[in-house]
Design a protein around this ligand. Structure first.
Ligand SMILES: Nc1ncnc2c1ncn2[C@@H]1O[C@H](COP(=O)(O)OP(=O)(O)OP(=O)(O)O)[C@@H](O)[C@H]1O
Length: 250
């Protein structure tokens, strides 16, 4: 039922083949195959509980599939050394609350081998992208939920990775900032960064180069937003989402 007109290149940035993941007797991902090409923004769209985060965890190597294979940048996952090669923003913020934003950034920067003036410059750039440059010395505990999301995004961008994996990056972020973040993601894509993200926001999904629609652990459609609308006979992505088995978010 794939609506893709796209055929896989020999060297996709992400290559997921026949992946299955079970928790107990429940099959959470069922025979998923997809490829993400260099420089594209690929969105995973699906109702709550459909398996998006589980798939992201397999791609990043945080979790391991029960069947099938995942390759990232040509390497079979999971592989610890790959942590340096991509930026990851998890759904729940992994921040040290008792430290300031700057201390968090310095700590994570050091894990990526950044130091000195290069680190300071990267901190400045990443924090201005998420409009937190004036809150650098605040303790994270004093940040709002949206500010924490933005700091998590800054952390994932810090080492200028060639691949960014973002799990619901704009939840809790106001529309103005959301727009500027999307502007930055587009600029990064233009510079060659590959971006994979999950979203529930239809106008964000519309901005992706290609989408994978997931329902009950199955990939129900894959293709450009236009192709998915056309193949489902829908005028909007929201309608297509429902045709392909989306639903109201729990
Ligand atoms: N560690 C786990 N143990 C047992 N079940 C799990 C585990 N992780 C995920 N699941 C189950 O797998 C299913 C898919 O969860 P997942 O978090 O991937 O969904 P999602 O599409 O990311 O949802 P949301 O949009 O709400 O974040 C859910 O039914 C969830 O309860």
């Amino acid at each position: 039922m794939s609506s893709s007109i796209h055929s896989a290149s020999p060297n996709p940035v992400i290559d997921v083949r026949s992946v299955t993941r079970r928790f107990g007797s429940k099959t959470v991902l069922d025979d998923i195959s997809l490829q993400v090409e260099r420089g594209e923004v690929f969105g995973l769209l699906g109702p709550s509980g459909s398996g998006k985060t589980t798939l992201i965890k397999l791609i990043t190597g945080i979790d391991k599939a029960d069947g099938g294979s995942v390759h990232m940048l040509g390497e079979q996952m999971p592989k610890l050394a790959m942590l340096q090669r991509f930026g990851y923003m998890a759904q729940s913020d992994a921040l040290y609350n008792e430290l300031t934003a700057k201390q968090n950034l310095t700590f994570f920067g050091s894990l990526f081998g950044l130091k000195g003036s290069q680190l300071s410059k990267r901190i400045e750039t990443a924090m201005s992208i998420v409009n937190l440059q004036d809150d650098l010395n605040k303790t994270v505990a004093a940040y709002s939920g949206g500010m924490k999301r933005r700091l998590s995004l800054a952390l994932s961008l810090l080492h200028e990775p060639e691949l960014l994996i973002l799990d619901e990056p704009t939840v809790g972020i106001d529309p103005v900032l959301r727009q500027s973040i999307w502007q930055e993601l587009s600029d990064m894509r233009r510079r060659g960064t590959t971006i994979v993200l999950t979203t529930h926001v239809m106008d964000e999904a519309d901005k992706c180069d290609r989408l994978g629609l997931i329902r009950d652990g199955k990939l129900t459609a894959i293709g450009t937003p236009e192709a998915i609308k056309a193949s489902s006979g829908s005028a909007t992505l929201e309608e297509a989402f429902i045709v392909y088995g989306g639903g109201v978010r729990a």
